[in-house]
Write a protein that binds this ligand. Structure first.
Ligand SMILES: [Zn+2]
Length: 150
């Protein structure tokens, strides 16, 4: 098995054990998520597995600017008809987040939908939290906006 595949395998094995992990470069201290086996900052290969806190910030919600116009168009056109928006698909949006440990990534953020995304976008950055998503036969990591303290 290739080194990269071993790395990916280890990440999934950690998830099976309930651990969300990243790697930390022992040469420069950079944390990489998703894990990479060569540090993108210094090209070092001395990478150590660390368990992350799961705390993260939403920096951007990707489709707010584009979608706001097209949604109002489709709402006008679709005013006579039904539920064309898939419900489950609307439970998450593409976003840019930053982990407490430093890495930034493009991912989907759950708890943000077409109803609240513009309101939330105005308030960025907002806290979110990593969680383990059970997919068909494997686990992966999702990020959830859990709302604000009222
Ligand atoms: Zn490094």
């Amino acid at each position: 098995m290739k080194k990269y595949e071993l790395f990916v395998k280890k990440w999934y094995e950690n998830l099976e054990e309930g651990k969300i992990t990243a790697v930390k470069c022992n040469e420069c201290g950079t944390v990489e998520f998703p894990p990479v086996y060569v540090c993108r900052d210094c090209s070092g290969t001395d990478m150590e597995w660390i368990e992350i806190s799961g705390n993260a910030k939403i920096l951007d919600i990707m489709d707010v600017k584009y979608m706001s116009s097209s949604i109002s168009v489709s709402e006008m056109q679709g005013s006579t008809g039904g539920t064309s928006n898939g419900v489950s698909k609307e439970d998450s949006r593409p976003a840019v987040i930053q982990l407490e440990e430093g890495p930034m990534l493009n991912t989907r953020i759950y708890g943000v939908n077409s109803t609240n995304k513009e309101e939330l976008w105005e308030k960025l950055p907002l806290d979110c939290k990593a969680f383990i998503v059970q997919k068909d036969g494997f686990k992966t990591v999702g990020f959830m906006y859990e709302g604000e303290e009222e």
